[in-house]
Design a protein around this ligand. Structure first.
Ligand code: GTP
Ligand code: MG
Length: 459
């Protein structure tokens, strides 16, 4: 392998028990020999490190001064994370030890690793495919149990397995078409156009099933972008604070308290929410408030969910109606807050809203669980249960699936239009290429060729 040897601190340096410095590459063992001394040995004796054992000793700087007492492991290639030789040094926590050890390692023939480079090598060296590499990053970034679970599924290769299965189906079909073109005399085995059609329809269905999970996947990964809207003083910030379980937003009885949007992430009973509190919407001459109102309206477009808050103690006003009109076509939960006060809100002109509205009192802590239940119903049909489901949580995967689906739809169109088999072949190959890109394989002509040579004629 001609790759550089790379090194990085793999843990988060700070006030913790240990830190780990990780070295990967041809030169890793050699570097260990230069900086590590086993306990009860001396610098003159040659260092021998058994693979997959923990070795107790010291890291020494270039002046042979002890930097720290460590446990060092050596993992011999190829059965390692990167498929290269790996040295891992467990030193004491804190900022200094790890940093000094890193500096000492860097005095030898290696360089600082780039972000994600160990995993990149695992991929380039064929230990994992692209979906698995992407899952590693998602596991690290996961903020909820469900998000973590989806990514663990991907790391285990469940998505790759599904995609590879579809690729194989298309490949078999292409092989048959090839046989058909090259050896038309084998016509009892020749693929009929009907076969192409049936397969394309089936594969489109399989791909569609995956694409349909992408909305849930995105929401679980990024949180439901929830914008709280309403005219001033209805209790938006109070609701935000309640959901966050902290006094994040300023609450006063003065209408127009919130000027800027406030965004926070919260996980309520497993439901990930990105909650955005906004400025109360009204006509105003106040320059700052005006900007806040515009920002609030802007947030509507990028939201997954709107929580529109009414004030039970006030009559319906034009501000309420302006908001109602702005959020048409969005997923909305309507809230009547301050249900502890006398109800003056008449929604008889808005039957649909009246029918669905949730009555709450943030002040009295009443009715709030109904909001969470409603979100659960709207986004997860009552429960987030993703245990056995394969869910797409990556936009790249989603886009490639859509592309593959389009190519297969082209196949069906070509069949309808009686196009020649070459056209069909091109679109089938495009679909296969898009799917191949998901798992990181570039399905070149050579690969396709190779597959065909493994076929026996007539089969
Ligand atoms: N009686 C009663 N008062 C409430 C309730 N919820 C909030 N309030 C009060 O209503 C006032 C306004 O609350 P905020 O949460 O600041 O309202 P807002 O919608 O964020 O207001 P702006 O930021 O000005 O748009 C405060 O005095 C709250 O204490 C409730 O359920 N019942
Ligand atoms: Mg507010």
């Amino acid at each position: 392998m001609s790759e550089d040897t790379i090194v990085a601190i793999a843990t988060f340096p700070g006030n913790a028990g240990i830190n780990i410095i990780r070295i990967s590459g041809d030169n890793a063992l050699n570097i260990a020999g230069k900086i590590f001394m086993k306990k009860n040995s001396n610098r003159e004796s040659k260092l021998s490190l058994k693979s997959r054992y923990l070795h107790y000793g010291y890291i020494l700087d270039k002046n042979e001064k002890i930097i720290d007492e460590v446990l060092l492991s050596y993992m011999k290639s190829p059965n390692t994370y990167t498929r290269e030789d790996i040295i891992e040094i467990n030193c004491h926590g804190g900022v200094i030890s790890a940093k000094k050890i890193l500096e000492t390692v860097l005095e030898h023939d290696c360089r600082l690793a780039e972000n994600g480079e160990f995993t990149k090598r695992a991929f380039l060296n064929g230990r994992i495919d692209l979906t698995q590499a992407e899952a590693v990053i998602d596991i690290i970034n996961a903020k909820t149990d469900s998000s973590h679970e989806i990514s663990v599924n991907h790391l285990e290769g469940r998505l790759s397995k599904e995609i590879n299965k579809i690729i194989k189906e298309i490949m078999d079909l292409l092989a048959n078409i090839e046989v058909n073109i090259d050896f038309p005399e084998y016509d009892e085995d020749v693929i009929t156009i009907n076969k192409v059609k049936t397969l394309s329809i089936n594969v489109i269905e399989e791909i569609d099933r995956l694409i349909r999970t992408a909305d849930t996947g995105k929401i679980i990964k990024e949180g439901i972008k929830t914008v709280i809207l309403g005219k001033p003083n209805v209790g938006k910030s109070s609701l935000m604070n309640f959901l966050l379980n902290e006094n994040r937003a300023i609450v006063t009885d003065i209408p127009g308290t919130t000027r800027d949007t406030i965004e926070e992430y919260v996980n309520i009973k497993g439901i990930p929410l990105r909650i955005i509190d906004t400025a109360g919407i009204r006509e105003t001459d106040d320059k700052i408030e005006k900007i806040g109102v515009e920002k609030a309206l802007d947030k509507i477009n990028e939201s997954d969910l709107i929580i529109m808050v009414f004030d039970s103690s006030k009559e319906l006003e034009s501000e309420d109606e302006i908001i109602i009109n702005h959020i048409k076509g969005k997923k909305v939960i309507y809230i009547r807050n301050k249900s502890d006060l006398e109800n003056k809100l008449d929604l008889s002109n808005y039957d649909e809203i009246e029918k669905d509205i949730i009555n709450i009192s943030v002040l009295k802590n009443e009715g709030l669980e109904n909001i969470i239940n409603k979100i659960n119903d709207m986004f997860f049909q009552g429960s987030i249960n993703i245990s056995n489901e394969l869910i797409i949580n990556n936009v790249r995967h989603k886009n490639l699936l859509i592309k593959a689906k389009k190519s297969l739809e082209e196949v069906l169109k070509s069949i309808e239009e009686d196009m020649t088999i070459d056209f069909i072949e091109i679109d089938l190959k495009d679909a296969m290429e898009s799917l191949g890109l998901i798992v990181g394989a570039s399905v070149s002509d050579d690969l396709v060729e190779k597959i065909f040579t493994e076929f026996c004629i007539g089969k």
